[in-house]
Design a protein around this ligand. Structure first.
Ligand SMILES: Cc1ncc(COP(=O)(O)O)c(C=O)c1O
Length: 429
């Protein structure tokens, strides 16, 4: 234990156990998942797929990858599951490559409405190599399917993304299907945020309505960082080549050797997701988010709360993130639908319950946490973002420094720490 890195890992352990981790895309993995990630499986090269590798010595790796894939098929009830994508973004790139030719039209929810970068955002591969058209949410913050339909009829997309990254409502996959059928598009559901809620039985599965599903494995699913691409029966029926196209997109299209330690850790997390305890977990995640949202004056139907801070002032996302960080509560600044200030200085924060729920926190704990959040947010009043754009960066820097010394926030941090330490984190003593 001589490397500086191990000291830093100890430092990070302290941060993870003493604070409240409320980034909705984060979670705490089990000790078994950690063990697989830290195993000798990282030593092996295995380019290709089980039974079809470029290198020798893969007889055990083949068994591990087949096992992970079989578990995913069972859990999601799909005929095809590819477990090699390194993470969510490359999985989405591979899915796009399999369905589209460069230059084809793709459609996804805009970033400012809660969509993901890979669904057609500016500067992402998805708008550099494809013609991206974005749909958005309406005044009720829900996907505007009328707009989506009009845009689809006008632009004739090859692919429509059904998936979100900062969206607190359930998705109606049938509506995506109906629109896609009118224009001959393929629907890819990106369930990265909610895959744990789907396998836990608290959210509907997109399987009957879409051809392809992508998901990260490290969010509500509570596995290692990684991703999977699945094909449904509908997808295989419409295009029997889809599995082969996806495989080719992964390798040689995008990736080289798979991360076998990651594949093994995915298999362990999928075993865990098949247990009754995981169903209870997923249902508690949603119950906790609903209570948290209610206490903060909003609503949530999934694992995350998107909070507008316009009542506190103008462009308050950064200030809120920093104030809460000083108070030991980790959230992220986020645009709100129809963002009134700027994507760079957004007006909201996004927070979630997956990690807190893994630690065993329940509804009554959410009430306590909401009251700390509200107390911390009082401290940002009057810290509105300057009107002059060129003053903003320096203002935020200075505000961060002053919030880090704020006595009221540091007092909340102590209270948060005493509370948080009562809830264990797997892998941290
Ligand atoms: C909906 C969605 N898709 C894809 C991704 C990308 O995953 P990764 O960060 O693993 O590339 C994310 C990450 O936040 C996401 O929210």
């Amino acid at each position: 234990m001589s490397s500086k890195v191990f000291k830093l890992i100890e430092e990070e352990k302290k941060r993870q156990i003493e604070g409240l981790e409320m980034i909705p895309s984060e979670n705490y993995v089990s000790v078994d998942v950690l063990k697989a990630l830290g195993s000798i499986l990282t030593n092996k090269y295995s380019e290709g797929f089980p039974g079809r590798r470029y290198y020798g010595g893969n007889e055990v790796i083949d068994k591990i990858e087949n096992y992970a894939s079989d578990l995913a098929k069972k859990l999601f009830k799909v005929p095809v599951a590819l477990v090699q994508p390194y993470s969510g973004s490359p999985a989405n790139f591979a899915a796009t490559m399999a369905v589209c030719e460069p230059g084809d039209v793709i459609m996804g929810l805009s970033l400012s409405s809660g969509g993901h970068l890979t669904h057609g955002a500016h500067l992402s591969f998805s708008s550099i190599f494809y013609k991206a058209v974005n749909y958005s949410v309406g005044a009720d913050w829900k996907i505007d399917f009328d707009e989506l339909e009009k845009l689809a009829i006008k632009h004739k997309p090859k692919l429509i993304w059904a998936g979100t990254t900062a969206y607190p409502f359930k998705l109606d996959y049938k509506k995506f299907r109906d629109i896609a059928d009118k224009v001959g598009a393929t629907v890819v559901a990106d369930i990265a945020h909610i895959s744990g809620l789907i396998v836990g039985g608290v959210h509907d599965s997109p399987v009957p309505y879409v051809e392809v599903i992508t998901t990260t494995t490290h969010k509500t699913l509570r596995g290692p960082r990684g991703a999977m691409i699945m094909v449904t029966d509908l997808g295989m029926k419409k295009d029997p080549e889809l599995k082969a196209k996806l495989e080719r997109a992964i390798i040689p299209g995008l990736q080289g050797g798979p991360h076998n330690h990651q594949t093994a850790a995915i298999a362990i997390s999928l075993e865990e997701a098949l247990t009754p305890a995981f169903k209870k977990y997923a249902s508690q995640v949603v119950k906790n988010a609903a209570v948290l949202a209610k206490e903060l004056g909003t609503v949530s139907e999934n694992h995350l709360v998107l909070l507008s801070l316009t009542d506190y002032g103008k462009g308050m996302g950064y200030q809120a993130q920093y104030a809460l960080e000083t108070a030991g509560i980790t959230v992220n600044k986020n645009t709100i639908p129809n963002e009134p200030i700027s994507p760079f200085y957004p007006s909201g924060i996004r927070m979630g319950t997956p990690a807190l729920t893994t630690r065993g926190m329940k509804e009554k704990d959410m009430i306590k946490i909401a009251s700390w959040i509200k107390r911390a947010l009082e401290e940002i009043k009057g810290l509105d973002i300057p009107e002059q754009k060129e003053e903003r960066a320096q203002y935020i820097k200075d505000t961060k420094v002053s919030l880090a010394k704020n006595k009221n926030l540091l007092k909340i941090k102590e209270e948060v720490k005493n509370f948080a330490l009562k809830f264990p984190v797997p892998g941290i003593d």
